[in-house]
Design a binder for this molecule. Structure first.
Ligand code: PLP
Length: 401
């Protein structure tokens, strides 16, 4: 039998999905499972989105569409990002993809030759590593542990950019930590970036509308407008509008980059489907009640999770101010045992497995995000499940010996 390409050997299925699949299997076997594992919003888009999709179906032309995205969709996106202070982008500066993940994939192919370096923080969103490995880039990691609130410092970034990586990939608000950089922190990092003109900067900011506590969302381009010629801003409908399965992602950046993405699209996907385009325009341009209401709900759920974690001795958890994740350092539990058989908890994977087996609560081990001292709690589950899930988590922790 002929061999698969080497790049497939470098690609791994997402570790997040592995936990979610196990939780799903246990549920199908009749177990009472509460899932804190998967990062999908637990709500659907507004009626106006479905109405727009139905209307598009009724008027369907069945034709191929624009590689970059239809003009109406690009215009809706440009108007949308102007609301967060990213002004002055034109159609030539923006492009779409089948979700932000696809845009990141396209960008890595468009910006990185084999062996070029991409740098990003640890903890990272799992797919960054897999995508970088598929395109055969070198990965330079910036460790950002709980002791520094999971955020990089300007000095750390300076040291990393001094090595002249081709791409710096930044994520704010963060998956998996939920941490959000303040205006001052963004300005300090933007000052560092300004010193290194040979590095592209991708800001994966798909949770930009999910920021709590009045902190606000800030971008390097707000801090230093001249960085616009190499900062590429990413956005997505998946989380903000409850539309992960519709698969729509965007970028705004330099013309050359947007054009390259349109070229990649023309070879990979041709276009975003017409019905999806209509739904996306409706989500971007219609009433914005969903993100507003959901932020209040998410901030309250975040507080519930933090209150439970605060009762567990030795667990360290920086306070997230965005997205819908909490990322506690649970390494104090390592070396302990659980249950009548004395099941050993040597690491984050053992912790998550034992928690799922004993209490039916699914969390993602931190090692999926490069930080094996922690685990990720995604709190988008239906509200009535949150308190019992947290109670089970607490019981599990307190039963450790
Ligand atoms: N970037 C981050 C930080 C994410 O958390 C995710 C999804 O979980 C994505 C990108 C991908 O989003 P999309 O659904 O638009 O592909």
């Amino acid at each position: 039998m002929p061999e698969l390409a080497r790049r497939i050997g470098r690609a791994k299925p997402s570790a997040i999905m592995v936990v979610a699949e196990k939780a799903k299997r246990l549920k199908s076997e009749g177990r009472d499972i509460i899932s804190f594992s998967i990062g999908v919003p637990n709500f659907l888009p507004g009626d106006h989105v479905y109405a727009a999709a139905r209307e598009a179906l009724a008027k369907d032309t069945g034709q191929y569409g624009s590689n970059r995205g239809s003009d109406a969709l690009l215009d809706a996106f440009i108007a949308h990002i102007a609301q967060i202070g990213l002004n002055g982008y034109e159609r030539a500066n923006v492009a779409t993809g089948i979700g932000a993940k696809h845009v990141i994939f396209n960008l890595c192919e468009a910006l990185l030759d084999e062996g070029d370096t991409i740098c990003f923080a640890v903890p990272y969103w799992t797919s960054y590593v897999d995508i970088a490995e598929i395109v055969n880039a070198k990965i330079e990691l910036l460790p950002c542990p709980a002791s520094q609130d999971y955020k990089m410092t300007p000095a750390q970034l300076d040291a990393a950019l001094a090595k002249k990586p081709k791409v710096f990939l930044f994520n704010n608000p963060s998956n998996p930590t939920g941490m959000v950089y303040s205006k001052d922190e963004i300005t300090a990092l933007a000052d560092v970036i300004a010193k290194y003109p040979d590095t592209w900067v991708i800001t994966d900011d798909i949770y930009n509308r999910m920021v709590f506590d009045g902190l606000g969302y800030h971008n390097f381009v707000h801090a230093r407008p001249e960085l616009r010629d190499r900062v590429i801003f990413l956005d997505s409908l998946s989380k903000t509008y409850g539309m992960p399965g519709w698969r729509v992602g965007f970028l705004a950046g330099p013309e050359s980059v947007a054009k390259a993405i349109a070229t990649m699209n023309s070879n990979h996907i041709t276009n975003i489907p017409e019905v999806v385009t209509a739904a996306a325009i409706a989500a971007l341009s219609g009433p914005q009640t969903i993100p507003e209401q959901k932020n209040a709900e998410f901030a309250a759920k975040r507080d519930q999770v933090l209150a439970m974690l605060a009762t567990l001795p030795g667990v360290v958890c920086p306070r997230p101010q965005g997205a819908f994740y909490v990322f506690p350092d649970i390494s104090v539990a390592f070396g302990k045992t659980h249950g009548p058989t004395g099941q050993k908890i040597a690491n984050d994977v053992d912790f998550c497995n034992a928690l799922l087996d004993a209490k039916g609560v699914a969390c993602v081990p931190g090692s999926a995000f490069g930080e094996p001292r922690a685990l990720r709690i995604s709190y988008t589950c239906p509200t009535p499940q949150l308190a019992p899930g947290l109670q089970r988590f607490k019981e599990f922790f307190e039963e450790l010996k």
